[in-house]
Ligand binder design. Structure first.
Ligand code: NAP
Length: 309
């Protein structure tokens, strides 16, 4: 496949990728973005973003990503809504391919983000999209007036549980400890909500149901007692894993798969390849921090190009 030569290729289109694009475009580097088939990142499945500065009344995740995209395009970013399928960082310019096209890039900004984790049960996999889901915003409305459950104790789990109260008469949150990890404001909202109940110290043993979810079997980790709760939907909200498989063997990662960068920079182990957003951030994982590191990656790229051209 003939390759198009570009200065900066950005892989990924969440807040990190788009911010990198805005900065690189404004630096007249004519960035090209492989946005992915499921573009926009995790904010595409987020209802209300209330903690991004500049939006005092909140904004919906998809609306925000639409604004990011328009701003990146306004300054001259070319966007292809395709997945990157292979990368070769062994020599410069770096070769990156999608199903449709190939690029030779002077530098690459990796902003591939993270995706939801699953518990790993056979019944969970079998009943996925049959009542098991990792996205309340996407699937909650399908179970109007039905009882539902959410697994997890972090902000995502609280957000999903609160969102589901729009539809469900009762939402059960199943958490493996007796203390929530979620921020105080989100935790308090869920704890004080009349439709939300908590099953503490509990792990999901099995998702019940043949064709569709009919319930969930949990085990109390302190007493060993097993409980069946009748629900029509089970939302898994137990965190995320970085989307870095494509770079395995080329970019250094930690044990979990988060890309390693030189502290305080976006520089990876390969000169000319920069990483930003949730793909390299196991700690903060916020839209605003992803945007911040996207900005860093664009500035690091610009400086690196200036030094190496
Ligand atoms: P998280 O903070 O890592 O929380 C994951 C939760 O799932 C934890 O309570 C954890 O239990 C539990 N868990 C993990 N693995 C499990 C397993 N195998 N089985 C059962 N439970 C398991 O992930 P998150 O809630 O997705 O949040 C990620 C980041 O995004 C956080 O920084 C969060 O603040 C941010 N976020 C913010 C908002 C908002 O402000 N509106 C919304 C969503 C997310 P333990 O507590 O026992 O570890």
């Amino acid at each position: 496949m003939d390759a198009e030569r570009v200065k900066v290729l950005i892989i990924g289109s969440g807040p990190a990728g788009y911010t990198a694009a805005i900065y690189a475009a404004r630096a007249e580097l004519a960035p090209v973005m492989l946005a992915g088939l499921t573009f926009g990142g995790q904010l595409m499945i987020t209802t209300d973003v209330e903690n991004y500065p500049g939006f005092p009344d909140g904004v919906s995740g998809p609306e925000m990503m639409d604004m990011f995209q328009k701003q990146a395009e306004r300054f001259g970013t070319t966007i292809h809504f395709e997945d990157a399928t292979s990368v070769d960082f062994s020599k410069r310019p770096f070769r990156v391919e999608s199903e449709e096209r190939a690029f030779l890039a002077d530098c690459v900004i990796v902003a591939t983000g993270a995706t939801a984790k699953w518990i790993g049960l056979e019944s969970e996999e079998r009943l996925t999209n049959r009542g098991v889901s990792a996205c309340a915003t996407c699937d909650g409305a399908l179970f109007r007036d039905k009882e539902m459950a959410v697994v997890g104790g972090g902000d995502t789990a609280m957000e999903e549980a609160l969102f589901l109260t729009r539809y469900a008469p009762k939402v059960t949150v199943i958490h493996r400890r007796d203390e929530l990890r979620a921020s105080k404001i989100m935790a308090d909202r869920a704890l004080n909500h009349e439709k939300i109940e908590f099953l503490w110290d509990s792990a999901v043993d099995e998702v019940l149901g043949d064709e569709f979810v009919t319930g969930v079997r949990t085990k109390n980790l302190k007493t060993g007692e097993t409980t069946d709760t009748a629900v029509d939907a089970l939302f898994i909200a137990i965190g995320h894993k970085p989307n870095t498989e494509l770079f395995r063997g080329q970019l250094e990662t930690d044990d979990v798969g988060y890309l390693k960068v030189e502290p305080g920079t976006s520089r990876t182990n390969i000169e000319g390849v920069f990483a930003c957003g949730d793909a390299m951030d196991p700690v903060y994982r916020q839209a605003v921090t992803a945007a911040g590191t996207g900005c860093m990656a664009a500035i690091d790229s610009e400086r690196w190009l200036a030094e190496n051209e």
